[in-house]
Each structure stands twice: as structure tokens, then as C-alpha cells.
Design a protein around this ligand. Structure first.
Ligand SMILES: NC(=O)c1ccc[n+]([C@@H]2O[C@H](COP(=O)([O-])OP(=O)(O)OC[C@H]3O[C@@H](n4cnc5c(N)ncnc54)[C@H](OP(=O)(O)O)[C@@H]3O)[C@@H](O)[C@H]2O)c1
Length: 231
């Protein structure tokens, strides 16, 4: 049985992925801040190292080990740079970059021992194409890709793969604050003129953790309806 930890799986991409992987027969541990009725779920604040450690220990207690770590919890942060507060810099860096790194550091020893592991970091298209007023978010998401490439090299000989998925605009809660007019403007620059659905990301994750994908490591996959190519 494959044991999977998906952070940020109380909604959106994480929740859909949990459903898809459970259908595949995986043991999936979910997290979020809200309360959720699920035997393998913990409500945790993931901009905090102590909570991340508690989460890791809880999953180990329940599953024994983690074969697949999906660093998905994240916050979109939009603001002109001169209005960004130090508190926000610290919080967004922790949630989107430092904690994913920390969770990977906790999982690696037993993955090495088992000579199997999959680490998937959910980045964003904002990391590679740039987005005005999203510099803090973009910095954290680009950091995930740097971490992905170096870890992929470090862990290659242990049958551990590390990859990044960079979604374009996905129809989830994260977009809830965007009004209809702005959504129409966004679609004008998306080559396929549509939002990505969470299931599309989940199906890519399903492939990345499969045996067929064992040679795919250190990569960033833009799943973005053509946005990374141009408009
Ligand atoms: N939607 C997009 O267009 C898009 C595009 C590119 C990349 N992404 C990335 O995809 C990932 C998933 O986002 P989504 O679109 O599925 O959004 P979502 O539906 O808002 O899901 C975000 C998840 O992260 C959790 N979370 C947020 N802040 C947290 C915190 N401080 N501590 C612990 N958990 C926290 C949320 O839990 P609670 O709500 O229960 O707190 C939720 O489960 C994110 O990393 C995001 O940056 C999304």
C-alpha cells in the first residue's frame, strides 16, 4: 500500500487529488486549517515549523512511513511590493516554501531506507512567466523549483523522484475573490480560453507517482492551458 501525505487537501487541487489517489487504493493523509470529518486528517497551520513536525509525527504514527509527499498547501498573495508587510513575507515564505522544504527533509531518511519515494511540489506558472504584483508568491513558487532540481539530483540513486507541477489558472477556492469581469480578462490571455480543472492536476500526480514515471525527475511541468507559451 502506498502511503501519501497531501498538504492543503481540505479543498481544491489537494482534495481532488486525495479522492483520485484513494480510488487508486492509496492510504492518503489530508490536511487543512478547517475542521474536516476524515479519519486520516489533521487541522494544522502550515506556516509554522512546530505544527509541521506534529503533522509528520501523526502521519508516521498512523501509516508507519510516507512514500509520497505532495507539497500542495499554499496561498496566493497579490500586492504591490511596497505594500507588502514583513509579517506577510515571513508567513507566505514559510507556507509556500520553507515548510515544503522542511517536510521533505523529514520524509527523506525513511524514503532512502525503503529505496522508494515521490516528492511533488505544487508550484505555479507565476514562477516562470512572472506576474506583476505577485512577486512574493512568485518568489516562493520559483524557490520550489530550485529545491526540486537539487533534491532530484541528491536523491536520484535512491529511486526517489522529485518533481514540480506548475498550474496555470485552476478553478478552485483560491480564485474565489476574483470577480467575473477580471475572470473574463484572465481568460482572454489563456490560449485555450478556459480554466484548468483540479482533476487535470490530480491525474498528472497519479501518473508521477506511478511506476511508469520512475524516470521522470527534477522536472517542472506547466499544466496551464498554454499560458506558459504565450498568449
Ligand atoms: N488555483 C490556481 O489557479 C492555482 C494556480 C497555480 C498554483 N496553485 C497552487 O495550488 C495549490 C493548491 O491551491 P488550490 O487552488 O487548490 O487552492 P485552495 O482550494 O484554496 O486550497 C488551498 C489548501 O491549502 C490549505 N492552506 C492554505 N493556507 C494554509 C495555512 N496557512 N496552513 C495550512 N493549510 C493552509 C487550505 O486549507 P484551509 O482552507 O482548510 O485552511 C486548502 O486545503 C497552492 O499551492 C496554490 O498556490 C493554484
Amino acid at each position: 500500500m502506498t502511503n501519501v501525505l497531501i498538504t492543503g487537501s481540505s479543498s481544491g487541487i489537494g482534495l481532488e487529488t486525495a479522492k483520485v489517489l484513494r480510488e487508486q487504493g492509496c492510504n492518503v493523509f489530508r490536511t487543512g486549517r478547517r475542521h474536516v470529518e476524515d479519519e486520516h486528517y489533521l487541522s494544522v497551520e502550515l506556516s509554522c515549523f512546530e505544527h509541521a513536525k506534529i503533522l509528520y509525527e501523526k502521519v508516521i504514527e498512523e501509516f508507519g512511513n510516507i512514500d509520497v509527499l505532495i507539497n500542495n498547501a499554499g496561498e496566493y498573495y497579490y500586492s504591490p511590493i511596497e505594500r507588502v508587510q514583513t509579517y506577510d513575507i515571513e508567513r507566505v515564505m514559510l507556507l509556500n516554501l520553507s515548510i515544503p522544504y522542511y517536510l521533505a527533509s523529514l520524509c527523506v531518511s525513511q524514503m532512502k531506507e525503503k529505496r522508494f519515494g515521490r516528492i511533488i511540489n505544487i508550484s505555479s506558472i507565476s514562477a516562470s512567466v512572472g506576474e506583476a504584483n505577485a512577486s512574493l508568491y512568485a518568489a516562493t513558487k520559483a524557490g520550489l523549483y530550485g529545491m526540486t532540481k537539487s533534491l532530484a539530483l541528491e536523491l536520484a540513486q535512491y529511486n526517489i523522484t522529485v518533481n514540480c507541477i506548475s498550474p496555470g489558472w485552476v478553478e478552485t477556492q483560491l480564485m474565489a475573490d476574483i470577480n467575473e469581469e477580471d475572470k473574463a480578462e484572465i481568460l482572454d490571455v489563456v490560449p485555450q480560453r478556459r480554466f484548468i480543472q483540479p482533476i487535470e492536476i490530480s491525474n498528472l500526480i497519479k501518473y508521477l507517482i506511478s511506476e511508469e514515471a520512475k524516470g521522470l525527475t527534477g522536472q517542472n511541468i506547466n499544466l496551464c492551458a498554454g499560458l506558459s507559451v504565450g498568449s
